[in-house]
Ligand binder design. Sequence first.
Ligand SMILES: Cc1ncc(COP(=O)(O)O)c(C=O)c1O
Length: 383
Amino acid sequence: MRTVYFDYNATTPLDAAVRTAMLPFLDAEFGNPSSIHHVGRRARAFLDEARDRVARVFACKPSEMIFTSGGTESNNLAVFGVARHFRDKGRHIITSMVEHHALLHPCEYLSEKEGFEVTFLPVDRHGRVSPDDLRKALRPDTVLVSVMAANNEIGTLQPVAELGALCHERGVLFHTDAAQWFGKEPFVDIHQFNADLVSVCAHKFHGPKGAGALFIRSPLLPDPILFGGGHENELRAGTENLPAIAGMTEAIERFVRAPVFNREQLAPLATKLRDAAGSIAGVTIRSPREECLANTVSFSAKGCDSIMLLAGLDLEGICASSGSACSAGSLEPSHVLKAIGCEADESNALVRFSLGRESTAEEVQTVCAALPAVINRARGCEL
Ligand SMILES: Cc1ncc(COP(=O)(O)O)c(C=O)c1O
C-alpha cells in the first residue's frame, strides 16, 4: 500500500540540502561554541555566521534572533518572558481562543499561578479575531497581546499586521506565533507582522525538529525561562544545538522568502479535496475559503469521531490529523472548532488534510475516492 502523507502541518520531511548542511555538526565540527580553544572557536564562528544569515533573511539585527528548541519554547519564552518582566507594570494578557496549546497553556499557567488575568478573544465562524474586539479588550494594565499568524487546525490567517499596529498605538507589546506561517505565505521581512516577538519553528518548513527561533525586537529583553549560562544574549541558557541551528538556517534561507509551500501548486489540489469532502452528506468544511493557508483543508463529519476517521484513513495508507498533533490519540474535542461555533459532537470529529511540496493530483484522487467509505465506516455503517 502506498503512503499518502497529508499531514504537513504536523511536520515536514527534512530537505536533502538541509540535511547536508547539518552533517558537519554531527561529525567533525562537534565543538562547543563556548570553549576557548580553536575547535570551540570554529563552532562559535559558525554560530555567529548562522545568526547573521538568519538576520539577513529576516532583515533584523543578529542580536534580535534567539535560537530555541522549537515553536513551543519560543512561545513559552515570549509569554513567560514578557509577562514576568513587566509584572510590575500590569498583569493583563490578551490572546485568542484558537491559539496552539503551546501558547494557551503558558497563559493559563500565568493566570492560575502568577496572578495574571487573561482575556481570550473570541473568533468568527472562520476562526478570525476582530481588530475591534482587540481594541475593546486593551486595558492600561495590558502587558502583552499574542495572536497567531496562521491557525494549525483549520488554516485561518489572522490580520496580524493590523492587530500589531493597534497594540503599538496603545503602547502594548505584540507577539505572533508564526510556526504555521513561515514557508507557506509570502515573506518580505520580519517587520511585516508589526510584532515585537515572532515565533519560528523549523520542522514546519523542511528543517529539523527541535529547532526554532524567537525574534525579539530590540531593546526588549524578556526574562529568561532557562537559567544556567549567558548563551543567546543571556536569554536562553544551554549549549547551542549546532546541527539543529545549521539545518534551520539553511531551511530559512531556502524556503521562507519564496515559500516552499507553493500556492499555485497547492490551491487546485486543496480545492479538489474541499469539493470532494464537502459533497459528502453531513460533512462541513471548516477551513475558510479566503485568507487561509493554501495547503490546509479541514472538515468535520456528523456522527463520527476523529479517532475513527483517522484510523480509517490510516488503513487506506492516508496520513491526516485531527488538528494539533499533541491531542491525537486522545478524544479531546478541538478547542478551535468549539471557538468557531461548532456543535459539541462535531468538535470531536475534525479531520485536517495538510498538503505540501511532494503532494500530487494522484494522491488527492486516492483520498477523494477513499473518503466516502471511510466516513461511512466511522459512522458504523459498512458500504
Ligand atoms: C501554531 C503552532 N505553534 C506552535 C507549535 C509547536 O511547535 P513544536 O511542537 O515544534 O515546538 C506548533 C506545532 O504544531 C504549531 O502548529
